[in-house]
Write a protein that binds this ligand. Structure first.
Ligand code: FPP
Length: 239
């Protein structure tokens, strides 16, 4: 009980693996790209409700480094969706106090998308109602390897110091542990997403395909999160 009250007060970091766009579309006889367009609408709805639900950091897995293996047409659509999203939403993000950051590699992204990312990051930098982080060309293992390489023979860092290095190599100054990891689409795995940051994350899975995932599902996941007791390897709290 005490623990759940504490959880409610904490500014939460929620990470979302938005899986199932392709299957959602295929089941409807639509091209996979239609699933990604519908998935973007779902993401918009979740971003809108997140601050009121106590979420201060929201990290979305929009394109993994392994997604380059997909057909060129699908990759192109995903890059263009991200670019359009940043361009169209920028003003609204500023007005709603949302700070946007992109994590992952930038050197393989189309130049036009990188421009939109940089402009949006600059112009939303002061936002403090929500830190929206979009993972593009992101691989957690890659971020960890780069952090380890950056140490190259230095003394062993503390976990906090190393966490900052992992975040920095993924392109962001702050290290934030994930409180709740949500995955739609029925699979139960992390797929190289925020592995270091999720060491003590609560995991929540749903069979719903991402385009069908709505604010009510998000509330349900958060409500279950608040019912869980997080012990971090310690003992149950005594009321
Ligand atoms: C996984 O579903 C989803 C993706 C690889 C892309 C997710 C991207 C969006 C929802 C667009 C959001 C973009 C921004 C900029 C917020 P899948 O294609 O692997 O689905 P499947 O497992 O059914 O094939």
């Amino acid at each position: 009980m005490i623990q759940s009250t504490l959880n409610e007060r904490k500014a939460l970091h929620v990470a979302l693996i938005m899986d199932g766009n392709g299957r959602w579309a295929t089941r409807k006889g639509l091209p996979r790209t239609a699933g990604h367009r519908a998935g973007l609408k779902s993401a918009r709805r979740i971003i809108e409700v997140a601050p009121a639900l106590g979420v201060r950091t929201l990290t979305l897995f929009a394109f993994s480094s392994d997604n380059w293996r997909r057909p060129a047409e699908e990759v192109k659509l995903l890059m263009s969706l991200a670019r359009t999203y940043l361009h169209q939403e920028r003003q609204s993000l500023i007005e709603r106090g949302v700070r946007l950051s992109v994590i992952g590699r930038r050197d393989r992204l189309p130049a036009g998308l990188v421009d939109e990312i940089e402009t949006t990051e600059r112009s939303t930098a002061k936002g403090c109602s929500l830190h929206l982080r979009i993972a593009l060309d992101y691989s957690s293992r890659d971020a960890i390897i780069r952090a380890a390489a950056a140490l190259a023979g230095d003394a062993l860092p503390s976990q906090d110091q190393f966490g900052h290095l992992v975040s920095a190599t993924a392109g962001i100054a702050e290290a934030t542990d994930v409180d709740l990891m949500i995955r739609s689409g029925g699979e139960k795995r992390l797929s190289d997403f925020l592995l270091w940051e999720s060491a003590y994350a609560e995991l929540w899975f749903t069979d719903k395909m991402w385009p069908d995932f709505g604010p009510d599902d998000f509330r349900t996941a958060l409500a279950e999160f608040h019912r869980r007791e997080r012990r971090y390897g310690g003992l149950a709290s005594v009321a």
